[in-house]
Design a protein around this ligand. Structure first.
Ligand SMILES: [Zn+2]
Length: 182
């Protein structure tokens, strides 16, 4: 099961800074438990559903309409994209909330946070608890459904010239990167 980051080769990338990629999740994919091929999952909601039940109900190609293990993979795991792999046991995001992941510019890790139905960004379980307490409308929302475990950034898919290796003289590029991802 994986999320992958937008490929550095996407048109959004500036030709002057070919490695300035958007640092959020672009495509969702799940790996078949039988043939190990990767299948693209069309929506975040469907992906979260699969992920939340991964242990008891491993993903297989047949779950995709009209697809079987005999068909070629939708997508290959390789370094043309940066891949991040979810850890098991992340629950489905409660209705109305949105779970968001942002890759650090040095590719070291992804940061997880939640956006409330009112558009507030919450970064810890304490902040979630405070939000629910202040908004009794959401009192039935299960606190344990919020999980800040971030997926593992796959070392072998990090671009070789990732920003972490750029010396301080490249500050101009860094500013550009911030602007592009804003
Ligand atoms: Zn399969």
């Amino acid at each position: 099961m994986a999320l992958k980051e937008r490929s550095p080769e996407t048109p959004k990338t500036s030709p002057k800074n070919p490695r300035v990629a958007v640092r959020s999740i672009d495509t969702y994919a799940a790996q078949c438990d039988k043939c190990l091929k990767w299948r693209v999952i069309p929506t975040e909601e469907e992906y979260e559903e699969i992920r939340s039940k991964m242990e008891e109900n491993p993903y297989v190609c047949d779950r995709k309409p009209g697809v079987s293990c005999d068909d070629p993979a939708d997508i290959e795991y390789n370094a043309t994209r940066t891949w991040v792999i979810d850890r098991p046991g992340v629950p489905k995001t409660p209705e109305g909330f949105k779970r968001s992941l942002v890759l650090r510019r040095d590719f070291s890790k992804m940061d997880a946070y939640y956006i409330t139905p009112t558009g507030k960004k919450l970064r810890t379980r304490n902040e979630i608890a405070a939000f629910i307490e202040a908004n009794p409308k959401y009192k039935d929302v299960n606190l344990s459904a919020f999980n800040f475990t971030s997926p593992k950034v796959m070392e072998d898919t990090i671009p070789e010239d990732a920003v972490r290796k750029v010396p301080s003289s490249a500050n101009g590029n860094k500013k550009k990167a911030l602007k592009d991802s804003a």
